[in-house]
Design a protein around this ligand. Structure first.
Ligand SMILES: [Zn+2]
Length: 170
């Protein structure tokens, strides 16, 4: 069962963003020779890709957060696996639907928020860490440091990192 029409299944004026959180892509094959349908798995069901995009754009507009989707789109265009504007928008909507900018384990948490939401991070304290590959100090959140998978804050490669300073500066 795939949701084809936004208006039939939920109320866009009140649906919380969390209900539209992207949990993964879905694919429904059709008759041989026809293209299958691409969907998005969410808490309220499997939604046709275009319908899901439209719904998330609507919620962003409703919640005065379209600027965040725009920021995530601009951010996404730098990524190696993004090859078009449309892909960047889709990826930005995925990131927005999971409110990745609030997730301190997100590898871009510090950089993204310093650029687009400086007030959110201005009073936060981060760890100063270093990895073997670059041997240059960089910053990391405690949540990133404690994650199972860590990356060098300088080059972004998978690396073991060492805390060189976690003193709270007065
Ligand atoms: Zn490195």
């Amino acid at each position: 069962m795939i949701i084809f029409d936004i208006n039939d299944l939920f109320d866009l004026a009140s649906v919380p963003l969390s209900q539209l959180k992207h949990r993964g892509g879905t694919f429904h094959s059709t008759k041989i020779g026809e293209r299958g349908r691409v969907g998005v798995q969410t808490a309220i069901g499997d939604i046709l890709d275009n319908v899901w995009r439209e719904a998330v754009e609507h919620v962003a507009l409703r919640d005065y957060e379209s600027w965040l989707v725009d920021a995530l789109e601009e951010w996404s265009t730098k990524l190696a696996f993004i090859s078009s504007r449309g892909e960047a928008r889709k990826y930005a909507l995925e990131l927005y639907s999971s409110r990745i900018f609030d997730n301190k384990q997100w590898v871009d948490y510090i950089e993204f928020n310093r650029k687009y939401r400086p007030d959110v991070v201005k009073d936060e304290r981060f760890l100063t860490v270093m990895a073997e590959c670059c041997r240059k100090p960089g910053e990391m959140t405690r949540e990133q440091y404690e994650a199972a998978y860590t990356t060098c804050p300088i080059c972004g490669r998978s690396a073991e990192v060492t805390i060189i300073n976690n003193e709270i500066k007065e």
